[in-house]
Design a protein around this ligand. Structure first.
Ligand SMILES: [Zn+2]
Length: 161
C-alpha cells in the first residue's frame, strides 16, 4: 500500500509535471491511490503518495470515483463560499477556506479520454484543493498569515504528543 506524505515533506511544495502517457503505469498509480485514500478522504493528489505528476482522484459523497489527469480549471464562479477543508497530508487539521463555489475543469481520465466537467459544492471544493496540490499549494496556504500561523502552532503541538 502506498503511504501518504505529510506536512514537512518538501515534495508537497513541488510543482508536479505533466503526465506524458496514459499507460498502464498511470492506471496502476490511480488504482493504488484509491486504495491509499480508502474511506479516509474525498480526494488525493499523486504528489501526496510521492509521485509528482499532474494526476488527482476524487470520491466526493454521492459522486462516482473520478480520475483527473493534466487538469486545468477553465472557469471559476465569481461567487465564493467558505467550506471546511482537511487534508490527508495534514492529519487532524480542519479549517474553513473561502474559494469559488463552482468550477469548470478540463482533464483526461485514466483511459486517456478528455472530458470537461462543471462542479459545485463539495466536488468543486475537492477539485480546487487537489489542483492546488499539483502546484505545490496546500489549503493552509490559502489562509491569511495570522490564522495559518495559529493553526500550525496547534498542529505542531498535537503532532509532538
Ligand atoms: Zn490535500
Amino acid at each position: 500500500m502506498l503511504s501518504i506524505i505529510t506536512l514537512g515533506d518538501p515534495l508537497l511544495a513541488k510543482t508536479s509535471s505533466l503526465v506524458p502517457d496514459f499507460d498502464d503505469g498511470i492506471r496502476r498509480l490511480a488504482a493504488q491511490m484509491f486504495e491509499a485514500m480508502g474511506t479516509k478522504g474525498v480526494g488525493l493528489a499523486a504528489v501526496q503518495v510521492g509521485a509528482a505528476v499532474r494526476l488527482f482522484i476524487t470520491k466526493a459523497p454521492r459522486d462516482v470515483p473520478r480520475v483527473f489527469i493534466n487538469p486545468d480549471i477553465l472557469v471559476t464562479s465569481l461567487e465564493e463560499e467558505p467550506l471546511e477543508e482537511g487534508c490527508l497530508s495534514v492529519p487532524g487539521l480542519y479549517t474553513e477556506v473561502v474559494r469559488p463555489a463552482s468550477v469548470r475543469v478540463q482533464a483526461w481520465n485514466e483511459k486517456g479520454r478528455p472530458f470537461t466537467l462543471t462542479a459545485e459544492g463539495i466536488l468543486a471544493r475537492v477539485i480546487q484543493h487537489e489542483l492546488d496540490h499539483l502546484n505545490g499549494v496546500l489549503f493552509i496556504d490559502r489562509l491569511d498569515a495570522k490564522k495559518r500561523k495559529r493553526l500550525l502552532v496547534s498542529y505542531d503541538e498535537k503532532m509532538r504528543f
